[in-house]
Design a protein around this ligand. Sequence first.
Ligand code: NAP
Length: 304
Amino acid sequence: MFERIAILGAGLIGASVALAAREAGAARVVALYDANEAVRARAKEIGLGEIAESAEAAVMGAELVVLAVPVGAMGAAMQSIAPHLAQGAILTDVGSVKGAVLNAVGPHLPAHAVFVPGHPIAGTEHSGPDAGFASLFHGRWHVLTPFDESEEGKTALGKLVAFWEKLGARVEVMSHERHDVVLAVTSHLPHLIAFNIVAMAEDLENVTETEVVKYSASGFRDFTRIAASDPTMWRDVFLNNREAVLEVLGRFSEDLAALQRAIRWGDGQSLYTIFDRARRMRREVIDAGQDTPAPNWGRDTKGE
Ligand code: NAP
């Protein structure tokens, strides 16, 4: 599909794009650059692709450039490559927030390149080049938030849809505003809650010497997986999707207060109604192919 693609940032997502693109035959040459020297050395060791010693060298002659750095680093990364992008290069990103990335990248975009922002709704709690794997995008949604309605913009969008589909993803196109609200509900708020619960439990364990870790299998463990996610990435997500997150957080706090009141007043009917609605949502997630119905996420509980 592409003769040469360049990926900036060789962490979980950048490494996965590199491996998936090569496995799918979507690019003949995959060049990567990471600002972190140790990451570059490791990426070379595990054979992620052609590891460049500068961002400029990586993007030289690339028809597609993928920005796979933390959201807060997108502007700087773009600034470093802008003058070196090939004529007609397609630029995309994988940032978890779309409005802020458009604001950071847009002003540096040269007239001879086209930018189509994107976000793979796929990931794990691990980071770094070793965390990447080729099947990460299989069956997962990839959201593109195009804004350029020119012929070049439409052609670039078409090529990116084909690229992500080749990597195994299902592609959805929406506005960046819609993306940021939807993701605030489905991803950003759940992570914030997990960070909060785990940090609170850690604090309680220290203060009261309760056995949180020992009995963590009863629900807490699943929050610890989400809360193990990269702190730099998540700091940037919350700093850059402030309005949408604060909006859904306000609603969440109100509903939590209603649950608190129901518990205080022994209102079992309200509790049951809410829990029952929530339980049905789980069925919808499984029916949509977003998770497995296996009990305990298919974990082998016998061996634990
Ligand atoms: P990661 O594993 O931490 O990798 C990011 C890499 O980019 C790090 O090695 C980092 O180096 C490097 N970097 C920082 N600034 C750079 C620059 N200016 N030029 C080149 N490299 C630079 O992060 P990730 O999980 O792959 O996330 C990358 C992007 O994907 C983020 O925007 C995130 O929002 C998005 N995303 C993540 C997930 C997920 O589940 N993790 C899912 C979907 C989308 P240092 O470590 O030295 O800073």
